[in-house]
Design a binder for this molecule. Structure first.
Ligand code: CS2
Ligand code: MN
Length: 357
């Protein structure tokens, strides 16, 4: 497997030269965050980004994410235009050597939390999701929470200009149930997977986070059965998943090592995110340090499952805590994610050496 780290581009407070110092690092996962959703990513910008990353001896193979325009998720007439743009973006990405594209199909919101800085007993802060709190909130309130907690950085999916279109979008989603969303996803995949095939790009859908409906919006990429339905929508080795342990983990029926073995056996895991979470009740949880003892997930078993399937793709620590006084984008600080990589490296070395005994 190739060890990677998500980097938010030139505005990221974490410089590439620091990322390059993480032991065992292969590359970064990045995107052109300034391009509005639905527009073609210009090749000139991509070349600049790639050159910049390569100049620190880091590889650039994964894009997270090329986001999908709402009109595609809604199945509107205008979707065809945005799908054409998406195809062109894939072609441009293949021109600079990108091998994996992460995306998600969550209506309106990307990952969702009710607190971006929940203090733990050690005074570190983490992202958390409290279902009881969300019940009493309007989407606007959540935008405020995100805005106030994001240290002047706009989180993907929570761009403030989207706030204005939120009401309109909610109106439109009134007519979209889970089955509609499935058929809109199928339409999208039938169009783009053949292009991904020509471009040698693996498409890796990111699970919904949290993996259940919020604000009455449909969410479908949530569990084993639905992930299988996704890969069956369009039968192609290019149509696969990002297996994010932290996104799928809060659902008790999602056994992460089992999912890794099950979808790994079908060669459907194109990208891996590893993070730990701790549930506080059925629909509430907070993120923790990666260490197995700190959360509900057994990270050793997860890494073991990746080793068992001979995973060759890119893996990255997902979110981390904010520790050691670091100020930055919630979930995306340097220190705790780097500690995550050190931990994964240690587990991997132990797994390998134990096998050779
Ligand atoms: C999140 C998301 O769990 C995660 O990785 O930080 O931002 C995720 O990258 C997107 O939903 C993927 O499209
Ligand atoms: Mn993830």
């Amino acid at each position: 497997m190739k060890m990677t780290f998500r980097w938010y581009g030139k505005d990221d407070k974490i410089p590439l030269r620091y990322i390059a110092q993480i032991p065992g690092i292969d590359g970064v996962v990045a995107s052109l965050i300034d391009i509005p959703v639905g527009e073609v990513w210009p090749i000139s910008e991509l070349i600049k980004l790639k050159d910049c990353i390569n100049s620190y001896s880091l590889n650039f193979e994964v894009i997270e994410s090329v986001n999908v325009h709402e009109s595609i998720k809604l199945g509107e007439k205008s979707r065809d235009k945005y799908i054409e743009n998406y195809k062109q973006t894939l072609k441009n990405l293949s021109n600079i050597g990108i091998k994996t594209v992460c995306y998600n199909f969550m209506p309106i919101f990307d990952w969702t939390r009710t607190n971006l800085a929940k203090p733990l007993s050690d005074k570190s802060t983490v992202l958390s999701f409290d279902y009881d709190m969300l019940k009493d909130l309007e989407p606007n309130d959540l935008f405020d929470i995100v805005k106030n907690g994001s240290a002047d950085v706009v989180l993907p999916g929570w761009e403030l200009d989207r706030l204005n279109e939120i009401e309109e979008l909610f109106q439109k989603y009134k007519n979209i149930n889970e089955e509609n969303l499935w058929s809109n996803l199928k339409y999208f995949l039938q169009e783009i997977i053949p292009v991904a095939q020509e471009c040698d790009i693996n498409m890796a859908i990111h699970p919904d986070d949290p993996p259940w409906s919020i604000f009455g919006l449909p969410r479908i990429i949530t569990c084993k059965e639905n992930l299988q339905r996704l890969v069956d929508l369009v039968d192609s080795p290019r149509n696969g998943i990002t297996l994010c342990s932290g996104s799928l983990g809060p659902r008790k029926d999602n056994d992460i090592p089992d999912l890794i073995r099950y979808f790994g056996a079908q060669n459907k895991i194109h990208f891996a995110h590893v993070r730990n979470i701790k549930s506080t009740n059925t629909y509430s949880f907070y993120e923790t340090a990666h260490l197995s003892d700190e959360g509900n997930l057994d990270i050793y078993e997860i890494m073991k499952a990746y080793d068992d399937i001979g995973f060759k793709g890119c893996i990255r620590p997902d979110h981390g805590r904010m520790i050691w006084g670091e100020v930055g984008m919630p979930g995306y600080g340097l220190y705790d994610r780097a500690l995550g990589i050190a931990y994964f490296n240690g587990i991997n070395e132990a797994i390998k050496k134990a096998k050779n005994v």
